[in-house]
Design a protein around this ligand. Structure first.
Ligand SMILES: [Zn+2]
Length: 257
């Protein structure tokens, strides 16, 4: 069973890299949350594949599109609010508890890293978060559950209680720029880490594709744990094309047997 021996020695090497590292940065994509029942919305068959997305500009200018957007978000909220973190999220929480994790950058909007107990301060939600609803004018922010519980869209979409501006789930919409301060923080983390662990991202879109190379150039090790191949596999020190839960099972038992 040559293959098993190979993977076991790779797992050993990965473990030892984690042991030696003091400034680990996590980078996660949709693949870490599938085990929690969160579908990959942008993939084939996902909600944005089946339905025409509502662009940010349309949300602002078109009342009907705005209502449609809120209706979809209300539908998604049921799944999101019931979802719980899985072993993948807990893996990073454990690294944080061992004072090894300096930051967690995610493409996901599901809030599961927050729910795992990671402090908000070290989480960079590149695509925003479903946990909050914010005014697009004054940025007044409220927890999503306060908005969605008892929300009746027939009475109209939520309006900011501070400035009467439009409230919108704090996720980045199609046609909306990523937040500059989040990008800056992500770059800073990539620049200062000694190990970057990517889980569940195919690393094809910006800035996902540019952050691991920054870490590598700075001398950090790079580990990629993703079911499919990524364009950055060749520059990584560790590559495991496995489901997150299978990888973590190997990591904890260090054996396929
Ligand atoms: Zn406002």
């Amino acid at each position: 069973m040559m293959e098993h021996t190979d993977i076991n020695s790779s797992i050993d090497a990965f473990k030892s890299a984690v042991d030696k590292s003091r400034k680990i940065v996590g980078f996660t994509g949709a693949g870490i949350s599938t085990e929690s029942g969160i579908p990959d919305y942008r993939s084939k068959g996902g909600i944005w594949d089946k339905f025409q997305p509502v662009y940010f500009e349309e949300f602002v200018s078109d009342e009907k599109k705005r209502l449609l957007y809120w209706q979809r978000k209300q539908e998604l909220w049921k799944d999101l609010s019931n979802a719980t973190p899985n072993t993948g999220h807990m893996f990073f929480k454990e690294l944080y508890d061992e004072s090894k994790l300096t930051g967690l950058i995610t493409q996901n909007i599901d809030g599961l890293h927050e729910k795992s107990g990671l402090v908000k301060e070290i989480i960079i939600n590149l695509h925003g978060t479903s946990l909050e609803v914010a005014c697009i004018d004054c940025e007044f922010t409220v927890p999503s559950e306060d908005v969605f519980e008892g929300l009746n869209l027939e009475e109209g979409v939520p309006i900011c209680q501070k400035c009467n501006g439009l409230m919108k789930p704090a996720t980045i919409s199609f046609g909306q720029q990523l937040r500059m301060e989040d990008l800056d923080k992500a770059n800073e983390l990539a620049n200062s880490c000694d190990l970057m662990i990517v889980i569940g991202s195919t690393l094809v879109v910006q800035p996902a594709s540019s952050l691991p190379p920054i870490a590598k150039e700075n001398g950090a090790h790079l580990a990629i744990i993703t079911l499919s191949e990524t364009p950055l596999d060749s520059c990584a020190d560790f590559v495991f094309h496995l489901k997150v839960e299978d990888f973590l099972r190997l990591l904890s038992h260090n054996s396929l047997l």
